[in-house]
Design a protein around this ligand. Sequence first.
Ligand SMILES: Cc1cc2nc3c(=O)[nH]c(=O)nc-3n(C[C@H](O)[C@H](O)[C@H](O)COP(=O)(O)O)c2cc1C
Length: 167
Amino acid sequence: MIDPKNLLDFLKERRSIRTFKDTPIPDEQIEMILEAGRVSPSASNKQPWEFIVIKNKEIIYKLASIASFGRFISQAPVVIAIVGKIDENPTWYIQDTTLVSMNMMLMAWALGIGSCWIGSLDREKAKMLLGIAGYDFLLTVLPMGYIKNIPNPTPRKDMAKIKRIIE
Ligand SMILES: Cc1cc2nc3c(=O)[nH]c(=O)nc-3n(C[C@H](O)[C@H](O)[C@H](O)COP(=O)(O)O)c2cc1C
């Protein structure tokens, strides 16, 4: 078990990273990130997902070109695509795969590897590029790379604005 205060500090420290070093990521660390995804919780434990590890620079450049707010993907030595298998849980595949993405980003951060959730992606083009079947769902592609710059923290709403207690 991790010390709760350490965990909270760790969660607060994480940032979306958009500048990466060229340095390759060892396979062992990529495996740890994938493993963090693999052990994620899922509805009825159906695990409706697949992960694609993209190291091919040409494919990474192409992904960057179809991500309007993700051009920086091009710098990443590795990109992990998270695929939802809709047929394995048509009700919860989005929630399940979203939890996978968070687990992966946190594991990456613990390894000193930055990542960023990419929403602004032409998913149909990306699916073709990555050979993802038409009936599967491409949740996101997570660029992964050693951090070049850590940006300033992004603001959060005050707790008082978002909290309501029912006693
Ligand atoms: C669903 C979702 C979609 C996002 N899409 C993008 C994106 O397309 N491009 C990008 O640069 N950041 C994207 N982000 C990252 C957010 O901008 C970032 O998480 C937010 O500004 C808070 O900053 P932080 O992650 O550093 O705390 C996305 C985040 C989420 C959760």
